[in-house]
Design a protein around this ligand. Sequence first.
Ligand SMILES: Cc1cc2nc3c(=O)[nH]c(=O)nc-3n(C[C@H](O)[C@H](O)[C@H](O)COP(=O)(O)OP(=O)(O)OC[C@H]3O[C@@H](n4cnc5c(N)ncnc54)[C@H](O)[C@@H]3O)c2cc1C
Length: 540
Amino acid sequence: MAKETVIETDILVLGGGVAGCTAAIKSKEQGLNVTLVDKAYVGKSGTTAAAGMRFSFFSEEHGDNYEQVYKMFTESGVSDRNWVEICIKESWDAFKTLHSWGVPFPVENEEEGIFVPKGIDSPFNAARIIRRGVPPPLREKALEVGVNIMDRITVTDLLMNNGRVVGAVGFPMEELETLVFKAKATILCTGSWSLRTVGAETHNMTGDGHAMAYRVGAELTGGDMHGSHHGNAAYPSWRGGRAARAIYRRFIDAEGNVIPYGFETGFEVDLAFHDGKGPIYHDLDAATDEEIERVWQRQQNSDGMESARINFDPRNRGKHKITGGQDCVVGAGLWPADLYCATTVTGLYAAGDTLSIRGAGFGGIPTGFIMGNRASKGAADYIANLKDYMIDDAEIARATKSMLEPYENKSGFDPRWITQLLLNTMTPYYVLMIQRGDRLQAALTMVEFFRDHFAPQLYATDPHELRLAHEVKNMILGSELALRSCLFREESRGGHYREDFPETDNPGWLAWTKIKQENGKMKLWKQPVPNEWLPEQYRK
Ligand SMILES: Cc1cc2nc3c(=O)[nH]c(=O)nc-3n(C[C@H](O)[C@H](O)[C@H](O)COP(=O)(O)OP(=O)(O)OC[C@H]3O[C@@H](n4cnc5c(N)ncnc54)[C@H](O)[C@@H]3O)c2cc1C
């Protein structure tokens, strides 16, 4: 029987990236007792550490026009207009606050100063950020205001009482013990739901928070929208090259034809692979001297160390073979119940990549800050009106038993092996990038088998393996959710492309896919975009 330690706190923040740190700092500044828990190390982990391109923002001072930016965000027809407005209005404050907390924004071009003009690699005004540069000042600021930071603790389940979230259970990496967190409000900031894909820098993001919330009945959305990024084929696990590919986006097929490619992610490259036009190259030979100089500057501030290791220097130009569709970030997030990051479960708040504001933001860092800030206000208001909160022992016993189950199993399946099987099943481009009903169904059949046969029989011999076991269980759930959501949306739109339904179906699908657990099963339904947000021709 593992030792049990109880930690009591007003606000429990799970995950210490930009959203979690902001939520913790802002909660603490309201005079609350705050505990911030991370399965890795606050100040180093999460995709906040991976972000290294830009901090986009809206500022009239810098020539932005509200109507123009609002139009850009709402064009898809399926973004949440309330959140679009919030993100536009609060992104500049996010920048100034992070700057005042010591987050570095480098100058790469003397004429431009700290800000990059629109069009270089983004449709918005932006400041440059440094890869691995954002999180350390956030940790320092959190410690300075008195947040209780607990690193290397994997949280596995939320604790419930009378339909309310009242804390969570977890265990440390060093020596197995049960940690019971009793909290008046919990803010989930555990990042995105990815599948531990090579080189994607989301290897730590196994959707733990999404899965915990799903298990207590929260509603989720966006399992049908995915991002496709491309890696370097010679060095698929090289965590560099993004600077070059993000700033300079010329991709050519094996015959030298240019593949038209939009801003950020898109399916054009995956489609070229699918059509048999590979290998596909990132073509630095065609770049101008000025473009090469920008790429080089960015690389110095972004992934210089990794690039030097493999001898990649953009000034040498060349045509570089790329991989297709390896990223596999499941676009799902919790459904916000209000504009202060409440979820559909009482006492549970979420921010950053864990909450879905349906494409409304400028990008993860500004949006993570904005949501973390709002979640701290929502949670503080909730606590102010909370009469009592209790956890009964049976609930702690249930969550602890489930947490330790793989450790109690003396035989079964190694989580590493199941992770590999899941990667093989889910990450080829033809599953979530270029989708088709029969292939989605084939993958789902295998994932259901993993869920029913492997997940209950995972075994772990130490805390590290115990963490891997929980992570793969959550990734299986994320895979099921993504596949079901993709099957459900019978059209193509944004980050969702169905070969068997290639057209955008506006009358039928100006809607979000929502998911929740009901009677032990995954229930999906369509939530139409509010009538007043629809393009005029589709309004009722
Ligand atoms: C390669 C890459 C480049 C990017 N570049 C940019 C960019 O240039 N500009 C931009 O604006 N955005 C960028 N983004 C997006 C942005 O980085 C993210 O959207 C943002 O950092 C997410 O912040 P977060 O706080 O929600 O989560 P994260 O920073 O991912 O933090 C989540 C934390 O939760 C912890 N955690 C997870 N599960 C548990 C658990 N069970 N128990 C305890 N702790 C847990 C993790 O260890 C992690 O520290 C990029 C993303 C990637 C992957």
